[in-house]
Design a protein around this ligand. Structure first.
Ligand code: F0G
Length: 404
């Protein structure tokens, strides 16, 4: 694919592949896809390839033949009829991104990001993370034979994610501070050449993350849903979903845009506040806090891209409390058998809230993106489920404790 790296804010074209922001205005960078180069393609041309990130290679800015891949994407899109009726909408699909190789949607961006790192000849890659990005990067760096350094907010990363980053052999550094502090430090390490930065501020990451929207449309046989709901933390993913839909709309592959709807945790919701005030910019939250540690972020790097996605598609942003998140997580698990981590359940919690408030029409066809697997954060699950039952090793004792 032909492309340019461009500033999202001022439009400056950037040549230096190692910059993490615009040299003119400091804005966030984006990839400008050359849609003329894919204009002769038709959706059916892609269908001979397996469902997954690399089905959409003509829309990705790296050489497919040298891709570092763990066969990411191709995740299930569940038609959740029982949950739809509980939520009070006509139809509800859940895109289970927890079914990716390392258990989160980050693998979509990481296959493209790490392929880019290899293309540039980098030896060490790194990121700041609330957990999933680090787990994913560690795995792809292992596959590519690269060194890997991850910076995590001390004491605030779920056990499954921490275990993964350690397991795949990354240098795991915990930082006395939150995600925003870790990102500030890792950007310095990237600027002085210590590592190649693979947070979503690197515009190659969102390119891979675009493919979740391509897949949803593909799996729905190009019947565009009315709305796509997703959790928002650092705001890389929501901008990527928007970019994907704009590309296919421009090509005429879809005839309208779903309303993109972003959900933040109430204790970490700077973009929701900005949205409610109709602003293009946001005021960071200095002390983000939520049980959904994946989205415990106060200063989302791609916040402006997120606001653009909401305004351009007539979408909406709202926040949900920790209680709403945990109860939506259980509801999804116990109604549909789909296990997701707390941050991912924010999309379901947001759906329930917005239907109740009359913001989402009961006649809508909705897709909720659930970003990470329930196994990522076993401690939160165990804390919030009914306690274990204990019995003597006899059938009678078991019957008694289960109330049979
Ligand atoms: N859901 C999960 C499970 C996440 O891990 C994240 C972000 C998000 C949603 C929000 O996505 O940042 O693109 O808006 N996790 C990052 C990390 C920050 O380090 O793993 P976003």
């Amino acid at each position: 694919m032909n492309y340019k790296i461009r500033c999202f804010d001022c439009g400056t074209v950037v040549d230096d592949p190692f910059l993490d922001s615009c040299p003119s205005c400091g804005g966030v960078l984006t990839i400008e896809t050359d849609l003329d180069a894919v204009a002769s393609l038709r959706p059916r041309d892609l269908r001979s390839r397996p469902l997954g990130v690399w089905r959409y290679a003509p829309f990705l800015p790296v050489d497919e033949t040298r891709a570092v891949s763990l066969l990411e994407g191709g995740t299930p899109l569940y038609d959740c009829r029982d949950l739809a009726s509980k939520a009070g909408v006509r139809s509800l699909y859940v895109k289970h991104e927890g079914a990716n190789p390392t258990g989160s949607f980050k693998d979509r961006g990481m296959t493209v990001g790490v392929s880019r790192a290899v293309e540039l000849g980098c030896k060490t890659v790194g990121c700041a993370s609330t957990g999933n990005t680090s787990a994913s990067l560690a795995a792809y760096a292992a596959k590519a034979g690269l060194g890997c350094v991850v910076l995590l907010p001390s004491g605030k990363v779920a056990a499954g994610k921490l275990a993964q980053a350690m397991f795949y052999g990354a240098k795991v550094v915990t930082i006395d501070g939150n995600f925003d502090d870790a990102l500030r430090v890792v950007r310095q390490l990237s600027r002085d050449g210590t590592l190649y930065l693979l947070n979503s501020i690197n515009p190659f990451r969102p390119e891979g993350q675009k493919t979740v929207a391509f897949e949803i449309i593909d799996q729905l046989n190009f019947e565009v849903p009315d709305r796509i709901i997703l959790p928002v933390g650092n705001a890389g993913n929501i901008g990527a979903v928007h970019k994907a839909l704009v590309e296919w709309k421009t090509l005429g592959w879809i005839d309208r845009m779903p309303k993109i709807t972003g959900i933040q945790a109430a204790g970490a919701a700077p973009l929701v506040r900005a949205f409610r005030e109709g602003r293009e910019d946001f005021v960071p939250e200095p002390n983000p806090e939520t049980v959904a540690t994946a989205i415990r972020i106060g200063n989302p790097v791609s916040g402006r891209k997120a606001l653009r996605a909401l305004y351009d598609t007539g979408g909406i942003a709202t926040d949900v409390t920790d209680e709403e998140i945990l109860s939506a997580q259980r509801l999804l698990g116990r109604t549909e058998g789909v296990g997701v981590e707390p941050a991912s359940a924010a999309s379901i919690a947001g759906l329930l809230k917005l239907v109740n408030e009359g913001e989402i029409d009961r006649d809508e066809k909705v897709v909720c993106i659930c970003t990470g697997n329930v196994l990522k954060d076993p401690d939160t699950v165990i804390r919030n489920c009914e306690p274990l039952l204990n019995a003597e090793a006899t059938a009678e004792s078991v019957r008694k404790v289960i109330g049979a």
